[in-house]
Design a binder for this molecule. Sequence first.
Ligand SMILES: Cc1cc2nc3c(=O)[nH]c(=O)nc-3n(C[C@H](O)[C@H](O)[C@H](O)COP(=O)(O)OP(=O)(O)OC[C@H]3O[C@@H](n4cnc5c(N)ncnc54)[C@H](O)[C@@H]3O)c2cc1C
Length: 217
Amino acid sequence: MNNSHTTAPSPRTRIRRIPELASYDRSALYQIIDESYVCHIAFHDGENSHCIPTACWRDEDFLYIHGSNGGRLTKMLLGRRQVSIAITHVDGLVLAKSAFSHTMNYRSAVIYGAFELIEGREQKLAAMDVFMDKIAAGRKQEARPGNDKELAATSVLRISLVEAASKISNTLPVDKEEDLDLPVWAGVLPLRVVHGEPIHANSEGLTTPDYVKNWAQ
Ligand SMILES: Cc1cc2nc3c(=O)[nH]c(=O)nc-3n(C[C@H](O)[C@H](O)[C@H](O)COP(=O)(O)OP(=O)(O)OC[C@H]3O[C@@H](n4cnc5c(N)ncnc54)[C@H](O)[C@@H]3O)c2cc1C
């Protein structure tokens, strides 16, 4: 239950609610990001607040995203707008004997800051290669590389992971003393992401790569 936690990197990342679940540890943060394909980016456009899901990946101490130059999200983020990003894994449903003591086991991260644009063809391609490696190691050597037109139409952005906090809950149900003898099942229903069997498309006669063969194992 007690996570390794040192000091929050800033006042807005200090976890006040149940601080014993806080972690400001880099390796915990990296693990949460690396296990996720998606982050949710919250920002204010001057009129409304938005929270937009998008694909993400990490390289060293930065979280990366990419998007069409014409998209609102990209345009907003190019303006160095302050954002808050959330990444969440639900690891289990915690069923207590009393309704109000039910909870969830989770690992989540919240990141603050502003995105910066990756400039230069080589830098952009290098960042996208890391994304391809996340999808499937070795895939970048097989797929047709992005051409100049595709590359020019896409923005790749990154945000520093310096201002981030993780919150990790991994508990059995905690019931009040007076509820412990209630004849109600209590425990945890674990949840996890499962790799399904690959679905082949336009691949007749082609060798199936190992990362596809081994996907569901
Ligand atoms: C799957 C899941 C289910 C949850 N269900 C509930 C629920 O039903 N009710 C409920 O009240 N809360 C729930 N939480 C916890 C919730 O995310 C917040 O931590 C909590 O509501 C306190 O929010 P706050 O803004 O008051 O926290 P504060 O501690 O005041 O937040 C201060 C700072 O701590 C950081 N922080 C806060 N929460 C998180 C987090 N989860 N992960 C990483 N950094 C964080 C942020 O930087 C934030 O600005 C759930 C979390 C997860 C991941």
